[in-house]
Design a protein around this ligand. Structure first.
Ligand code: MN
Length: 277
């Protein structure tokens, strides 16, 4: 057990985070990924090891593409109970901000190297595949590891060509539970590609709109709630009454532009969200 560092940083009277830790029984070890919107947005990757959660902070999110390397900063072990924690860490406390469970499940230890490197096969709801943690000591710092998605198993096949979901003419309104309706926003149609902590906006004709709407691109990274997804939406400026105004859009300063997304589709769950056609 090595929770001294964890407890040293936290006051149980001031934060709702768990403190105790119980021993694990014989069962598949668990993992959890928590989206932690602290001073800086990051994802905490935790593996159950020897009765505690070995933990890494991954600034750009768990890499979903085989071969992509992500910095993973090794941090102190956390108690097993932390795997169920979601909530607010109060202002002024260590890691102040919002914690949400992004994924969890069980894993198999595929390989453990002498240098501490780990290869694990994760069985989560979003994450399903093999990842390797490498104690790479980036910049000469012992805590700087790399997290890499292994190329071996079923690849994420979805990439590249997405097209905005356009309206089609109809004689009458379709009815039924499988339909939803949305406002016809008046602005610039854009696809937002969120990847590795950055977002790129692309117009219907394939033009890059990122530099034109930088605040929208930045806001999309935190709003999307996934480090890797494609969003189909409309960039528009709203007037005082909340109505989209195309003329306001052309006059607006970038800081006041707002976006609205009509449908979102995480790449890791893309097969489940091809609705609305
Ligand atoms: Mn964190």
């Amino acid at each position: 057990m090595s929770l001294d560092e964890y407890r040293r940083k936290r006051d149980p009277k001031k934060t709702p985070e768990p403190f105790a830790s119980r021993q694990s029984r014989k069962r598949a070890p668990t993992f959890v990924v928590q989206r932690h919107h602290a001073r800086r947005l990051h994802y905490d990757f935790r593996l159950e090891r020897d009765g505690v959660l070995a933990s890494w902070a991954v600034p750009k999110g768990i890499p979903l593409e085989p071969g992509v390397r992500a910095l993973a900063v090794h941090v102190e072990d956390h108690p097993l109970e932390y795997g169920a924690f979601e909530g607010e860490i109060p202002k002024g406390e260590y890691g102040a901000g919002t914690v949400e469970i992004w994924d969890r499940g069980t894993y198999e230890l595929v390989e453990e190297k002498r240098d501490g490197g780990l290869t694990v096969r994760l069985h989560g709801e979003r994450l399903d595949g093999t990842w390797t943690l490498i104690p790479a000591h980036l910049d000469g710092k012992e805590q700087n590891w790399l997290l890499v998605r292994k190329r071996d198993d079923h690849e994420v096949a979805l990439r590249g060509d997405y097209r905005p979901m356009m309206a089609t003419l109809a004689e009458e309104l379709p009815r039924g539970d499988e339909w939803t309706f949305e406002v016809k926003w008046d602005g610039y149609r854009a696809l937002g590609y969120v990847r590795n902590g950055e977002a790129k906006l692309v117009s219907r004709n394939g033009n890059d709109l990122t530099a034109r709407f930088p605040t929208v691109a930045r806001a999309l990274v935190t709003a999307a709630r996934s480090p890797d997804c494609v969003v189909d939406g409309e960039v528009c400026a709203l007037d005082e009454k909340g109505r989209p105004s195309f003329s306001a859009m052309q006059q607006e300063s970038p800081a006041r532009r707002s976006s609205t997304s009509s449908s979102t589709c995480s790449r890791s769950t893309a097969s489940r969200c091809s609705t609305g056609r």
